[in-house]
Design a protein around this ligand. Sequence first.
Ligand SMILES: NC(=O)c1ccc[n+]([C@@H]2O[C@H](COP(=O)([O-])OP(=O)(O)OC[C@H]3O[C@@H](n4cnc5c(N)ncnc54)[C@H](OP(=O)(O)O)[C@@H]3O)[C@@H](O)[C@H]2O)c1
Length: 275
Amino acid sequence: MIVVTGATGNVGAHVVKELADAGAEVRALTRDPRAARFPDGVEAARTEDLPLDGASALFLNPAVVWQLGADKLLERAKESGLRRVVMLSSSSVLDDTDPQANPIGALHRGLEEQVRQSGLEWTHIRPGAFAANALDWADQIKAGDVVYGAYAGAHMAPIHEADMGAVAARALLTDDLLGQTPELTGPESLTFADQVRVIGEVIGRPLRYEEIPAEVAREKMVGGFMTPDVADSLLRVFAKMVGRPQAISPEVERITGRPGRTFAQWVADHADAFS
Ligand SMILES: NC(=O)c1ccc[n+]([C@@H]2O[C@H](COP(=O)([O-])OP(=O)(O)OC[C@H]3O[C@@H](n4cnc5c(N)ncnc54)[C@H](OP(=O)(O)O)[C@@H]3O)[C@@H](O)[C@H]2O)c1
């Protein structure tokens, strides 16, 4: 039995699907099991109950762990006899820098360390920017042809959540990635302006990105998980990425055997969100 936290989320839903397609027994955690829709045969359970009995491996999404408490979760994991944790970490974590350069790296590094020190088998998957971050623009795109944001020329290589799901499933189902920290990117470096243009091309509208000052963008970003510290840190990172194409990681193709999905593919898979 493999337990997936954040199972209704961007990455978790694909982890669940990959595991179910591979014939694994899956327990998918959500705050509302009655509302969630999972593939046939997948058991739905409540996140807060931490139902780990009988499980051999756990997919750990920090979005859920920050709420539950990592100590409690890892203690429960060890008591239950679970052997392996595959954690969704972040490429913000720097191995050769301590303390970490930014709060996002520090948060993920801290959790990675707790998992490592638990004595359980581990894989830390370290993606860069999710293609799904573009969903933050959905309201602006539904309302008009312009997306307002900071640093139009900031580069990143957005990764499709299905590719992260495939890598995580490999780490859960085989020993191939034990003790590894694969850094994942999408297959192409795109600026924010490029991403908005691609969304327009795929949905058939002349969309454009209009740069606004970072201080104005910050006001719109802050809220929920996006604390002022994290927003400032992200804006500093974006500022550094202007005009600097991102290096593309070979890991998705190495691990899954197929090239990473393009951003245009991601938009096509989520076109409904923008119309
Ligand atoms: N965005 C990026 O560019 C990026 C880059 C690198 C790493 N990451 C990592 O990826 C994580 C996000 O992954 P994701 O996009 O797959 O997650 P997500 O879709 O935002 O959330 C996953 C699930 O977590 C549950 N959840 C949300 N808030 C919760 C709360 N307060 N308490 C308990 N459960 C909660 C929700 O499920 P239910 O409603 O069904 O309970 C949600 O579907 C980040 O936190 C970060 O660690 C992100």
